[in-house]
Design a protein around this ligand. Sequence first.
Ligand SMILES: [Zn+2]
Length: 149
Amino acid sequence: MPLEAFERFAATVASGGDVEVAVRLEPDDLGRARVTGSCGLRAEIVCSLCGCEVEVPVECALDFRLVASEAQAQTLMPDLETVVATEERVSVVALVEDDLLLNLPEAGCDDRDECENWAEERPDVASREPERTSPFAVLGNWKPQERDN
Ligand SMILES: [Zn+2]
């Protein structure tokens, strides 16, 4: 399917190839509509670390129940994933677009070696990422001689 069919997803990425979608609809053991399959594409995103465009794979495994109402979804969650379909005809876009968005990486580059623009454009990016700092880093400022006891 063309990327343009997925309006929200297409607006999020810089560019991308066609979205490969393979879905199967079958009743589960309780007769509920179960959708399984996969979808994915190779997309170009703007790396949040360095600002350059990077190609990333976006892959989703699909396994959810189609339900007719939000209330029905509530009874199945959190054990089962659900997609609420209020109309009889459900588009593939409606089924898989949220999964594509959820599986889209935020940063294109995992480390600076993979990003040629890292040093030039965002030299201070490492110091602005608290989640990468060791929880014990604060001990570096700890001065035992200042303790009262
Ligand atoms: Zn990058």
